[in-house]
Design a protein around this ligand. Structure first.
Ligand code: BYC
Length: 329
């Protein structure tokens, strides 16, 4: 376990707010307690701003990088209808990134800085997108189970305290619910298909189960930011609570399809109502989110390429480079 490596004594809630005006802080916290939305021009503690930028920026990066594993299958999708649906989904994910970058920009960090921090490896993005989509069945599992996990997280947090993030999440959830149906349809098709198709989807589930369990973040006893973020209603449930909600909703559906989840300890404890499972390998999680997963280098290389090759378009749009601008006569 890497647990204590994460605990930073400067991150305790008292230390985080001790340099703030106590009266303003109390007023701010009372607003949050009363269910108000905080808007960009409102006063907010520095740490609230910093935490929101970190989380929304990571979320935006996850959407834009998350378009890549499935995106690699557009040219190989089985059939024209599936190709169209996958293109629309991937396009949606990139659109989510745009919404989220805009929400993060309201807090004072420019999009350029955020993209630079992504490409340089300074900012994180979701662990799951550092794994390859080896077969078409992997894209089905991603669209079903990762989108499902994202909806669990986003639906809860859309009721949170920061207005622009909540509004972006509401809209994203509507689109994600189509992705979930699309993913479910693909998984059902494979799971009820030929022997080869059933084996393909079973193998994909085996590959993705571990990253999916990691997706909700480290267990509550070792999560660094949960306490502060829940106090300020940025996160509306803890990592373990979200993982439990997901297991409760989706394990029965997976079992209904006759698929085997690769965890012999997975079962619902009927007396507590909670799912029991093998503790995820948090050392592996830590390695992957810090740059040492199977596809980290490839993912960032693609983003870097897109950034460099698209520079002239951005310049032209911003009219910073006359060479590319059609004169308005
Ligand atoms: N991956 O204190 P903790 C999608 C980091 S995309 C990577 O618990 P927190 C989709 C965490 O950042 C939707 N890193 O953190 C797109 C922290 O490191 P730093 C993705 C993770 O913030 C395309 C450290 O671990 N969803 O749906 O309280 C196709 C300690 O963690 C992860 C979002 O981004 C992770 N999974 O809680 C298909 C949701 N988990 O920053 C689908 C927005 C933790 O101190 N984010 N870390 O260096 C959140 O809700 C929260 O940030 C988390 C983590 C629940 C993920």
């Amino acid at each position: 376990m890497y647990g204590n490596a994460y605990i930073d004594p400067d991150q305790t809630p008292n230390k985080l707010t001790q340099d703030e005006d106590p009266a303003r802080l109390a007023e701010f916290e009372a607003r949050i307690e009363g269910g108000d939305k905080i808007e960009p021009k409102d006063w907010m503690p520095k740490e609230y701003r910093k935490q929101l930028i970190r989380m929304i920026e990571q979320h935006a990066h996850s959407e834009i990088i998350g378009a890549l594993p499935e995106g690699t299958w557009i040219t190989r999708a089985p059939g024209f209808r599936r190709k169209l649906a996958l293109m629309a989904k991937v396009q949606d994910e990139v659109g989510h990134a745009q919404l989220l970058y805009s929400a993060a920009e309201t807090l004072g960090k420019s999009r350029e800085e955020m993209i630079n921090d992504l490409i340089s490896g300074k900012s994180k993005y979701s662990n799951v997108f550092n794994y390859p989509a080896e077969t078409w069945a992997d894209t089905a599992i991603i669209s079903w189970l990762i989108d499902a996990g994202a909806i669990v997280n986003q639906l809860a947090n859309s009721k949170g305290s920061y207005g622009p993030y909540c509004r972006a999440l509401e809209r994203i959830c509507v689109e994600e619910s189509f992705h979930l149906k699309y993913g479910h349809d693909n998984v059902v098709f494979l799971a009820t298909g030929t022997k080869t198709q059933r084996e393909m989807v079973q193998d994909a589930l085996i590959r993705w189960w571990k990253p999916v369990m990691h997706f909700f973040g480290p267990s509550d006893n070792i999560s660094v930011h949960t306490k502060t973020l829940m106090k300020w209603k940025v996160k509306m449930a803890s990592n373990d609570e979200m993982r439990q909600t997901f297991l409760n909703m989706y394990v029965p559906k997976i079992w209904d399809l006759g698929l085997v989840i690769p965890d012999p300890n997975l079962k619902k404890n009927e007396s507590t109502g909670l799912w029991e499972y093998t503790e995820p390998d948090w050392e592996e999680f830590k390695r992957v989110i810090n740059g040492d997963g199977p596809c980290n280098k490839e993912r960032l290389a693609v983003r870097k390429y897109a950034e460099e090759k698209g520079r002239w378009v951005r310049k032209a749009l911003l009219r910073k480079d006359a060479e590319y601008v059609t004169p308005l006569v």
